[in-house]
Design a protein around this ligand. Structure first.
Ligand code: ADP
Ligand code: MG
Length: 381
């Protein structure tokens, strides 16, 4: 049985298609991270699942039961769905225990008290049971909101950027606790975030959304390593792109050759490979010369490059290098490796997995670029 099924669900606001005819299935206990830029329809999708919005088309099922569509309308409180929003929205005049008890209807008083105690104990909040929301920190309030949503033991928990108001350290901690709780209770969840790192860390699967559509849905690793298109590639991490020519089963680029994935061999369209900064190796120029305008020691050498920018990132230094064609690649180096701006070196692709190969969206522009970059521009030093 699926915890959640959306079939052809659509929601327009006037002429804005907030959610465009969308299909989505979630297994029992599965955690889906829903990620995308602001305004892409994430909250609308959650509200459709929760019953806070009515779809213009399509069917929503929770735990196998139709809750919207097919002539059925089931109000939010009867959907077996818990919700946690960004602004915790606790009842200010109720204590922590009363807040958690709020959704536990249809239980006797003693059963209710038992369930509240149990829920608070799960997240180590028992000592705060008699406090009011204004006596809690932001993080504690979010924990109570989470406990309140989980206490009725819903089939599915919806979380809409629940921790984005918390500082980084606290966010990481609460996120880990939330995951543990979801696993322990076997609750399926849709976790909305605009933070790609959070999505990769938390999701069994990740859905990348843009303009009301899911652009890619899959396990975190393939979404990160083999994005379906440029949007997903750049949204899920830093990415540069290099034109690549197929020669047999090798993809030849300006920064070295890599083996082509099987499904790419034989393609005849213009291709490019995605390169993330941790996939670019930098090597010092072999003869140690720093190079001046006009020297030819690297001319024609694969990956000949020049450092044009460096950025200190704590444990790492992000180098930006310009290849002889004028194209730029970023390369993440440990903090012990710092090539100053102007250093001539070699930049080479080094993937630990088959590269992401995309249609070369700039094929037309590339032709012009290559023509205008025939000369070797050197940086002023
Ligand atoms: P996200 O949560 O990804 O930031 P939303 O689902 O809130 O995106 O919004 C998706 C689109 O729908 C946006 O263009 C937004 O302006 C529009 N929208 C959201 N809610 C309403 C509403 N109640 N009335 C009109 N337009 C809305
Ligand atoms: Mg939103």
């Amino acid at each position: 049985m699926n915890a959640l099924e959306l079939d052809g669900v659509r929601k327009d606001y006037g002429t804005v298609p907030a959610v465009s005819t969308l299909d989505l299935h979630l297994d029992e206990g599965e955690i889906l991270a829903l990620v995308g830029p602001s305004g892409c329809g994430k909250s609308t999708l959650l509200r459709l699942i929760a019953g806070l919005e009515e779809p213009d088309a399509g069917v929503v099922r929770v735990g196998g039961d139709v809750v919207a569509g097919d002539g059925v309308w089931c109000p939010p409180e009867r959907r077996d769905v818990g919700i946690v929003f960004q602004d915790h929205a606790l009842f200010p005049h109720l204590t922590v225990a009363e807040n958690v008890a709020f959704g536990l209807t249809g239980l006797s008083g003693s059963r209710r008290r038992e369930r509240v105690a149990e829920a608070l104990a799960m997240i180590a909040m028992a000592r705060l049971a008699d406090r009011y929301p204004h006596e809690l920190s932001g993080g504690e309030q979010q924990r109570v909101a989470l406990t309140r949503a989980l206490a009725p033991r819903p089939e599915l928990l919806l979380l809409d950027e629940p921790f984005s108001n918390l500082d980084r350290h606290l966010r990481t901690q609460i996120r880990a606790d939330t995951l543990e709780l979801l696993r322990k209770t076997g609750t399926a969840a849709v976790f909305v975030t605009h933070d790609q790192a959070e999505a990769l860390a938390i999701g069994d699967r990740v859905a990348v959304m843009r303009a009301g559509r899911i652009e890619q849905l899959g396990a975190p690793e393939p979404v990160f390593h083999t994005p379906a298109n440029r949007f997903v590639a750049t949204f899920m991490g830093d990415a540069d792109f290099l034109p690549a020519t197929l020669t047999g089963d090798m993809l030849v680029t300006e920064a070295g050759s890599v083996r082509a994935p099987e499904d790419v061999v034989g393609r005849v369209d213009a291709l490019e490979v995605m390169v993330r900064p941790h996939e670019v190796v930098l090597r010092p120029a072999s003869n140690g010369t720093t190079g001046t305008a006009g020297t030819v020691d690297h001319a024609g050498t694969v990956g000949a490059a020049c450092v044009v920018d460096t950025e200190f990132q704590g444990g790492f230094i992000l180098h930006t290098v310009r290849l002889d064609s004028g194209r730029q690649l970023r390369s993440l180096q440990p903090h012990t490796t710092h090539y100053p701006i102007g250093t001539r070196l070699h930049a080479e692709l080094s993937y630990g997995h088959p590269p992401a190969v995309l249609p070369d969206s700039d094929a037309a522009n590339t032709a012009t670029n290559t023509a205008t970059n025939g000369h070797h521009a050197e940086p002023a030093r």
